[in-house]
Design a protein around this ligand. Sequence first.
Ligand SMILES: Nc1ncnc2c1ncn2[C@@H]1O[C@H](COP(=O)(O)OP(=O)(O)OP(=O)(O)O)[C@@H](O)[C@H]1O
Ligand SMILES: [Mg+2]
Length: 219
Amino acid sequence: MLVDVDPQGNLSSWFMKEASQYELADVLQGKCYYEDAVVEIKAIPNLYLIPTFAIGGTLKLYSETKLSDEPFIIQDLVQSMNNDFDHIVLDLSPGLGRLERSALIASDEVISPMTPEVFGLDGLEIFIEELNKLRKNLRSNLIHEKIIINSFDNRIKQHRDILTAATDGKFDVYKIPVDPHFRKAQEAGKAPQLFKIRGRGLKPATAEAFEMLNQDIWS
Ligand SMILES: Nc1ncnc2c1ncn2[C@@H]1O[C@H](COP(=O)(O)OP(=O)(O)OP(=O)(O)O)[C@@H](O)[C@H]1O
Ligand SMILES: [Mg+2]
């Protein structure tokens, strides 16, 4: 189960070209049951989505107004879905506001994707600090041990330096190479792993990176 907790709704637009009747903000506001908002991603077996649509800005509005009184609302949602799904993935925006905090409270593990830029590393440091505060204040045992460096290019020294810096921080670091397949798969509304351009799939290095990441996350 994928839950689009990013008010920009990028994850949803990857898979859906048109809005459906209900979205995450409706579920959180009690306008429908979560089951009503679930969309089955037919192209990928056993994949489901609770979408967010950026147009209308309902999730953003909700997070800026009503959410402050309900920090555990996403935790409640996750608990109600727990019996029906093996894995629940919450996709967040890069910020660390109320909405992201309430998603972190609801999670067992957080995985940080970043691009190999210096400010990416700065952002990671700030995130780690904030996470420590959150753990302490809420007595949470949230695990944070995996970092994904996306669009990694081994030929670029800065990328290698950032990899070293992240690895030194005692993280398991996963590199995903730049691969034009992502953009094309996105345009086609398909998962990159399943998408073929003239019979060809992902670059072997990208496929290998996905394989490693999947094994480690789901095992
Ligand atoms: N490894 C890659 N190689 C090439 N293009 C990529 C790669 N990863 C992502 N992209 C492209 O970059 C764009 C942004 O990717 P994505 O939506 O994963 O970013 P994001 O980290 O979720 O961004 P945000 O932090 O704003 O939510 C997409 O159009 C996607 O197709
Ligand atoms: Mg995103």
